[in-house]
Design a protein around this ligand. Structure first.
Ligand code: EPZ
Length: 419
């Protein structure tokens, strides 16, 4: 996997339509939720990306009769055959933490490798543990594994100390089969959480989001069958929308949910970029005199941290001084150095990036991709750079972007994988 090197010949003007895949960050909790039912669970519009395949293999390893074909997952877990989710299978993907809640609720015991360290900074899971312990779980760390067990989970009143996406998802799933009701406060507002709630309620759960960040769950004894379609990926959408703003491209982003990236679209309008939304499509007319902006990443519905790196590329292409404040993660500017190697002029000062545009990017050999979204930003940079760029560690991209080379080639990009 690590050998994947992407080669891009930049400077080509891209045109055409790009169709958005299902949301990785909705599919991952959706797959974990299949553990909560012993009846068939069908999930469509699932992106066939590496993180999803890892989760499917992990579910199969503990007894799921599960497969994915043409973006449709069919799963049935009549009984849990193993309590151990091996690190060899889930490795260090962050989403492995999502096995905790459902496995405790369904099986009362699970041993799963700790979610990996991430090059984007601190990835705490203490809120997950705190809430599950309050529900009646014992959680220990044994080497690199989390070992969690319970004689039965009870509903809780709990206020998350900080907004956590997978933390909210984990506790919602655990509470769905707990004894009694739960009231969770200071929950994250990301749309992928509401997609999970919708799926669980169709399985027979009783979950209600009240006044935004409070979620009430009435525990059930079991959940049943569901046929669920995953929402479009708002981060993939934002990535291609930003590409559409570059290099006088003419790209229409199709079959998505524009309202899920409203904050990004508002920023582009502040930059005087022509954005047209029509039902599920977003059409962009680039403006070579777009205006610099100062922005900050926030929890939903603010500017997603997962679009910060991609927006930084656009700002290198914007005349004037712009600024991005990264308020969610404490080490999420690794892409800035690589963009500077290509000719950008970005200064980092703690969690503030100062971008001085407009700079012309020049293709470079052996640009290093550090994490999933940084990789996407480096692809955007390489697409507008003059000449040839090779990007190492680009396996990161295939964790979260479905058929990225094919979608870009369809728009006229010159991109290939060098093994
Ligand atoms: C989810 O990660 C996403 N992943 C991330 O997307 C996304 O960047 C992140 O939310 C923020 O939006 C999935 O949904 C699978 P958090 P998650 O828990 O849930 C701290 C991508 O590129 N925190 O909301 O792991 C934490 O350290 C990925 O698709 C604790 O301290 O993020 C971080 O600073 C990257 N203790 C902040 O909260 C906890 O128990 C937000 O983390 C939980 C979180």
């Amino acid at each position: 996997m690590d050998s994947k090197i992407l080669e891009i010949i930049g400077g080509k003007r891209l045109r055409g339509e790009v169709f958005i895949s299902g949301a990785k960050n909705a599919a991952l909790p959706g797959l974990a939720a299949t553990l909560l039912s012993s009846e068939p669970v069908n999930i469509s519009n699932v992106p066939e990306v590496d993180d999803v395949i890892v989760m499917i293999n992990a579910l199969r390893s503990i007894g799921a009769d599960i497969d994915i074909k043409n973006n449709i997952v069919k799963s049935e877990i009549k009984e849990i055959k193993s309590n151990i989710i091996s690190g060899d299978i889930v490795g260090s993907i962050r989403a492995s933490i999502l096995f905790l809640g459902p496995m405790l609720a369904r099986n009362g015991f699970v041993k799963v490798s700790q979610p990996g360290g991430c090059p984007i900074g601190h990835r705490g899971v203490d809120y997950h543990f705190e809430a599950l312990k309050l529900m009646g779980a014992d959680i220990e760390i044994e080497g690199n594994d989390i070992v969690a067990k319970t004689n039965g989970l009870s509903g809780i009143e709990y206020t998350f100390p900080g907004k956590t996406v997978t933390g909210t998802e984990n506790i919602i799933m655990a509470a769905s089969l707990a004894e009694g009701s739960s009231v969770l406060k200071n929950c994250a507002l990301e749309p992928e959480i509401d997609d999970l709630i919708w799926m669980l309620n169709k399985m027979g759960a009783d979950i209600e989001r009240k006044d935004n960040d409070t979620i009430i769950i009435k525990g059930q004894t079991s959940l049943g069958f569901v046929d669920h379609r995953i929402i479009p990926d708002r981060i993939e959408t934002g990535t291609y929308v930003i590409l559409a703003c570059l290099n006088n491209n003419r790209i229409v982003v199709k079959d998505t949910r524009p309202e899920l990236i409203k904050t990004l679209l508002d920023i582009l309008k502040r930059m005087e970029i022509d954005v047209t939304v029509k039902e599920g499509d977003i059409r962009i007319k680039p403006n070579e005199n777009m205006l610099p902006v100062n922005v900050e990443t926030e929890t939903y519905p603010g500017l997603p941290t997962d679009l910060q790196a991609q927006l930084m590329v656009l700002l290198t292409n914007t005349e004037g001084a712009s600024q991005i404040k990264e308020s969610i993660f404490n080490n999420r500017f690794n892409h800035a150095n690589e963009l500077n190697r290509m000719g950008a002029n970005i200064g980092i000062d703690g969690n503030i990036a100062r971008i001085n545009g407009k700079t012309k990017l020049i293709g470079k050999e052996n640009i290093i991709a550090s994490d999933l979204r940084a990789s996407a930003a480096l692809v955007l940079g390489a697409l507008i750079a003059e000449g040839r760029t090779t990007i190492k560690n680009s396996f990161q991209l295939f964790r979260g972007y479905e058929r990225l080379p094919e979608k870009l080639r369809h728009l006229g990009a010159e991109i290939r994988i060098l093994d």
